[in-house]
Design a protein around this ligand. Structure first.
Ligand code: SF4
Ligand code: SF4
Length: 221
């Protein structure tokens, strides 16, 4: 008998404790969001989909070379205008299925032309919609997110940081070659990333510059 009374007593105490917790949280501010009506803004270093500012691209192929999954495809033509060689992008696409969202293309780009935007609601109705996204199209992600705006993503990207340090400005990358460059050896180290922003003008594409005016990178279909 005494044991049964004790069990009822402890159950009642437990109930009161539970109700106290419920009452405390009932009047406390909510810690969850009414998603999808409300959305949490992404952090500055969030890595969403790969995006591009086409006029800023200098066709250096650094992003293509560093991409570990061959998710990017770039090709260009070269013509002569007023006795100057002019490069022009013919195709620049992004395969979201291959991408591992490592952000290396963003970090290596000497002009910040390519960057990771903040899109994360990118479910598609068809497989084809994510296999070959045209990075030259300013509305490239409208079919995945109707609220997508390239201008808004560019403005967000200006606030982006890598770790805790501010992202270096493009002007700083242009200063770098002077430190390690040797005038006596112009053909030497063109490999390391950001220092090649000016060297890209003379860097030949892999397939022989004089016989084939169009250059492409390899990409598995
Ligand atoms: S984020 Fe990484 S995997 Fe994706 S395109 Fe850029 S370099 Fe390639
Ligand atoms: S690294 Fe930047 S500038 Fe070079 S090809 Fe890629 S997007 Fe263009």
């Amino acid at each position: 008998m005494f044991r049964q009374i004790k069990v009822i007593y402890l159950g009642f105490i437990s109930l009161l404790i539970g109700m106290r917790v419920t009452a405390q949280n009932f009047f406390a501010p909510a810690v969850t969001l009414d998603y999808p009506r409300k959305k949490k803004p992404m952090e500055h270093n969030f890595r969403g989909m790969v995006d591009l500012i086409p006029p800023d691209c200098v066709i250096c192929y650094q992003c293509i070379k560093i991409c570990p999954t061959a998710a990017l495809f770039l090709s260009h033509t070269q013509k002569v205008e007023a006795e100057k060689k002019v490069k022009e992008i013919t195709k620049f696409t992004f395969n979201a299925e291959l991408c591992c969202f490592c952000g290396l293309c963003d970090e290596i780009c000497p002009t910040d032309a390519i960057f990771m935007n903040k899109l994360y609601e990118v479910s598609a109705f068809s497989h084809d919609q994510i296999l070959s996204i045209d990075l030259m199209n300013p509305n490239k992600y409208k079919h995945l997110d109707s609220n997508y705006s390239l201008d808004a993503e560019i403005n967000d990207n200006k606030l982006r940081t890598v770790g805790i340090a501010p992202k270096p400005a493009p002007a700083a990358a242009a200063v770098a070659p002077a430190a390690g460059a040797s005038p006596a050896n112009p053909a030497a180290p063109a490999a390391p990333g950001p220092t090649t922003s000016t060297a890209t003008e003379t860097k030949p594409a892999d397939g022989g510059p004089t016989t084939n005016p169009t250059t492409e990178n390899k990409q598995p279909s």
